[in-house]
Write a protein that binds this ligand. Structure first.
Ligand SMILES: Nc1ncnc2c1ncn2[C@@H]1O[C@H](COP(=O)(O)OP(=O)(O)OP(=O)(O)O)[C@@H](O)[C@H]1O
Length: 955
């Protein structure tokens, strides 16, 4: 697995494991891959336990990487005692001196994977996760260290929902340096190596501010809680700017104070930028379905101003997590973590590497864990070993290089751990100083021995040889040792003083606790006694007890009396009578002794009483719980109500906004229409009104224009229909010529009846004067013609070629009497035909009947058509329209005719007076002959019929 063949060489190098590592660990599967390393699940062959093995590839490639590796090891070692921070079990350097191996305790998964799985975390789990997370952060912050890369994938979790924070590569200390240095550090730190995952980055980091606080971690914490609730990241920005926009959209309005709190920087303008706020992306909307506790915690963590964000100390007391509080919540580092190599200085790669290797070398002198030849420790490194154990009380800092502790020790409370550590240091120092002192003594002894040794006799005193080499070196060593011994002793004294102080504090605490304990014990005993007294209360026995045991015994409960008597009888001779005052121990002893002699019945009674008491307590508790529950329910209801109100308000606002938008859109459209219609502005109106009026006018005119064009089209269609109709009924219309002939015929008949020519019909040309031969001939001709036409009409009618029955009948009816006259009334033209049932009788005045009949013709026609085609509403409407128009036209013509007749009468009278009658007639005739039979293609047959009708009426 560590050496796959199907991947490129570089990748293979990343996945490759050092041979020695493979010898120690049985690597099983890959757990994850980060930007800096790969993590495998492995079994330690030596201890047979499962571990997580992380390989940091090319761990010291440059200063940044080297510092990252260094920080990860240093901080993990500093925090290894906290239950919610991943424990670094071991570290290995690779044979190639490039890679680095970290061995961690194994965790089953990380929070990112758990959230990704879906609905795994219930509310209680989320709370517990948050509690543990806050706990870990609180611990880190108490050592003045910030993690800076909190995100779900760096939070490891197991099946019991136990959580551990991992990946301290970006962690760093927050020193109490001067502000100027601090800013310089920030600039360097922020802009070069700070590459924390964007989605969890605090806004001050996004805008590259120099404000650098523990709030960075609290922001990440808020993002994680939001992600757990929402099951997806809260702010998934695609770039830094987009990330800021997303944050600003979700949070309440950004104030100038917020911007100032973040610190002036080039990016802070992004915060003041006007961003379109979409309510759907507000924090409330994103976390709509979660409980109030969670929302309140998220809101107090995701605050733009880093100084107003909830601190870890305050967060642990938040109602969302407070119920889990245990002793570990009080764990705190009472010193600032200070790595051996200063965290605010960027050292060279070698320095980081050597310091790390040196530390490893020191810690594992037995060194089964060093894989390659350990780097030889330089004197400077040895000095470091001294530095690492120095405790500077003034700056309240401590080295993080601590000896590994046993799991039992790790479980201890922090202060006891510290004491243990201090003791260890003292021991270490003592042993070091002892060794050195021994060495010094040995050297000094050697020196003194050299001095004491008598000089050789042969050599004169003046020419005494120089001190021998060993003596010289011994002196040097002695000096050196003395030189070293002083500071060591000083340090030793300092450490001892600290230890003493701590011990005395601890002892005083213990004493206080002891005192408290004794008091509590006494109180409990008193309570117990009172309870026993309350249990039994027979006055007789009490009296008896009073008698036997004095005042104290008077309170002994009755069921116990039999046994008590026994005891008292036993004890009586030995006991002194205590009447006024009986010491507590006596009471207790008596009571306990009495207990032994309780009968089963008494015990039962006591138990029942106890049970009753418990029940009562439970009842009270239950009531309290119920009250609390009711309170919560009412609160919840109130909040739901509020929420509903807010929702309603929001809906209203949205509606208003929509209406506004619509109005705007309308206006815009109208403006465009106005532009298109190119209407000129009316300058007399104010602008708004002007716009509206012109727009309306233009709209109206447009409508009218449209209507006109539509009507024109309709007319066009009508015309076409009419022409079609005319074309279709050409024959019938031609047949209208008949009317002409009939008209010609009828005046003749009238003329014969009314010689004065009252009917106003002109005589045909060449007819001559009435009574003359030509006139007679003319009449005969006329008669012949009339008969021929009637014959023709009837013959035509026989063919039944006209569809319109009513029209047909009308003609037939109208001229039936003529026909009868011609044929001598022998037979009806319609006998045996469609209208056979309506054969007229010869006596009847048909003309009148028909005249009555005709005006209703059009209605009858419509009725008939309706019967024939019942389902044609449009056409029916057209027909109705047509008939209406017809009626109007008929009315028109009737009036015109009346007028004409009146004129004719008047003119005839004039002619008669002037003797010009015939001339006038001739003129009329000429006029008619010239005009000939009229053919009007637009004329409808109904019209003709009506005209005929009028003429009949006139007749
Ligand atoms: N002790 C462990 N037990 C189980 N899985 C682990 C453990 N440590 C790390 N992992 C897994 O390995 C992944 C990467 O680990 P880690 O974050 O330490 O690597 P990294 O290179 O520093 O990543 P990053 O890119 O986040 O900086 C984690 O997300 C986690 O899934």
């Amino acid at each position: 697995m560590a050496n796959p063949t199907n991947i490129p060489a570089h990748e293979r190098r990343i996945h490759e494991l050092d041979q020695t590592v493979e010898r120690i660990f049985d690597v099983r599967k890959r757990l994850g891959k980060g930007a800096y390393g790969i993590v495998w699940k492995a079994t330690d062959r030596r201890q047979k336990n499962t571990v997580a093995l992380k390989k940091i590839f090319d761990a010291f490639r440059d200063e940044t990487d080297a510092q990252r590796t260094y920080r990860e090891v240093i901080f993990l070692r500093a925090f290894r005692h906290h239950p919610n921070i991943i424990r670094l079990v071991d570290v290995f350097k690779a044979a190639n001196n490039l890679d680095f191996y970290l061995v961690f305790e194994f965790m089953e998964s990380d929070l990112h994977n758990v959230i990704k799985k879906g609905d795994v975390l219930k509310d209680i789990h989320k709370r517990f996760v948050m509690y543990q997370l806050i706990n870990a952060i609180k611990y880190m912050h108490s050592g003045n260290v910030i993690h800076r890369d909190l995100k779900p994938s760096n939070i490891l979790i197991d099946s019991k929902c136990r959580l551990k924070v991992a990946d301290f590569g970006l962690a760093r200390t927050l020193s109490s340096k001067r502000k100027a240095d601090y800013d310089a550090l920030d600039q360097e730190g922020m802009l070069t190596d700070y590459v924390a995952t964007r989605w969890y980055r605090a806004p001050e980091i996004l805008v590259a501010s120099r404000s650098y606080t523990k709030g960075i971690d609290m922001w990440g914490l808020g993002c994680i809680l939001g992600e757990m609730i929402r099951q997806k990241p809260l702010f998934q920005g695609t770039s830094t700017v987009n990330q800021i926009e997303k944050i600003v959209t979700a949070l309440p309005d950004v104030t100038q104070r917020d911007i100032d709190s973040i610190g002036a920087s080039f990016g802070s303008v992004l915060l003041s930028k006007k961003i379109h706020r979409d309510r759907r992306h507000s924090l409330d909307e994103m976390l709509r379905n979660c409980c109030d506790d969670a929302i309140s915690l998220v809101k107090s963590l995701l605050v733009l101003n880093p100084h107003l964000r909830l601190t870890a100390k305050a967060a642990i007391q938040h109602p969302y997590v407070s119920r889990f509080r245990t002793a570990s919540a009080d764990m705190e580092l009472r010193v600032d973590i200070q790595p051996p190599l200063r965290d605010d200085v960027r050292y060279g790669v070698d320095q980081y590497r050597n310091n790390l290797y040196d530390m490893m070398g020191r810690e594992s002198s037995s060194s089964a864990r060093t894989l390659s030849n350990a780097t030889p420790s330089t004197p400077s490194n040895r000095d470091d070993s001294v530095k690492t154990v120095r405790v500077t009380t003034r700056t309240r800092t401590a080295s993080v290089s601590q000896a590994t502790t046993s799991p039992a020790e790790r479980k201890k409370e922090p202060y006891s751990f510290e004491v243990t550590q201090t003791r260890r240091k003292i021991k270490l120092l003592v042993s070091t100083s002892k060794t050195k002192a021994k060495e010094t003594n040995r050297t000094e002894n050697a020196v003194s021995h050299a001095h004491i040794a008598p000089p050789p006799a042969a050599v004169p005193a003046a020419a005494a040889p120089a001190p021998p080499a060993p003596r010289k070196s011994g002196e040097k060593t002695a000096q050196k040792c003395r030189h070293n011994h002083v500071p060591i002793q000083r340090e030793l004294a300092a450490v001892a003083a600290v230890a003493r102080r701590k011990k005395s504090t601890w002892q005083s605490q213990a004493q206080t606790q002891g005192k408290f304990h004794a008091e509590a014990k006494a109180q409990v005993q008193a309570l117990l006694l009172t309870q026993k007294i309350n249990i039994d209360g027979s006055p007789a026995r009490m009296r008896q007890d009073n008698h036997t045991h004095g005042q104290t015994q008077a309170t002994v409960p009755p069921p116990m009396n039999r046994s008590l008597r026994k005891i008292s009888q036993e004890k009586k001779p030995k006991e002194k009578p205590h009447k006024a005052e009986v010491s507590k121990p006596t009471v207790v002893t008596t009571y306990h002794r009495r207990e032994r002699y309780l009968t089963a019945e008494e015990r039962m009674q006591r138990r029942q009483l106890e049970i009753q008491q418990k029940k009562e307590e439970e009842k009270v508790c239950q009531q309290q719980i119920e009250q609390e529950h009711e309170l919560r329910v009412s609160q919840r209801r109130r909040m739901t109500e509020n929420y509903r109100l807010m929702e309603a308000e929001r809906d209203q606002l949205e509606e208003m906004a929509e209406q506004e938008a619509q109005a705007k859109a309308y206006k815009e459209i109208a403006r465009k229409v106005w532009k298109l219609t190119e209407r000129k502005e009316d300058d007399s109106l104010p602008k708004d009104q002007k716009d509206d009026s012109t727009i309306l006018n233009s709209c109206a005119s447009k409508c009218y224009r449209e209507r006109i064009s539509h009507l024109e089209l309709e007319m066009e269609k009508c015309k076409e229909q009419l022409v079609d109709f005319v074309e279709e009924h050409r024959d019938l219309l031609n047949y209208d010529n008949l009317r002409y002939h009939l008209e010609k015929l009828q005046p003749l008949k009238k003329d014969s009846e009314h010689e004065d020519g009252d009917d106003g019909r002109p005589l045909p040309e060449g007819s001559g004067d009435p009574g003359s031969q030509s006139y007679e001939n003319f009449l005969q001709e006329q008669e012949k013609e009339r008969q021929r036409q009637v014959q023709e009409f009837l013959a035509r009618d026989e063919t039944n070629e006209y569809d319109n029955l009513n029209l047909d009948n009308a003609y037939r009816a109208k001229y039936y009497h003529l026909f009868r006259d011609i044929t001598g009334g022998s037979s009806s033209p319609d006998s045996g035909r469609r209208d056979s049932g309506s054969e007229p009788s010869p006596e009847r005045d048909y003309s009148r009947d028909y005249a009555d009949y005709f005006p209703n013709y059009s209605d009858l026609e419509e009725d008939w058509k309706e019967q024939a085609h019942p389902v044609e509403p449009r056409r029916q409407h057209e027909r109705t329209e047509k008939s209406r128009r017809m009626k109007e036209r008929l009315e028109d013509q009737r009036q015109r005719r009346d007028r004409l007749l009146a004129q004719q009468k008047a003119s005839r009278k004039q002619h008669e007076e002037l003797g010009l009658h015939h001339k006038v007639h001739r003129h009329h005739h000429q006029h008619h002959a010239a005009s000939g039979p009229r053919y009007d293609p637009m004329r409808l047959r109904e019209h003709d019929i009506q005209e005929a009708n009028f003429s009949t009426e006139l007749i």
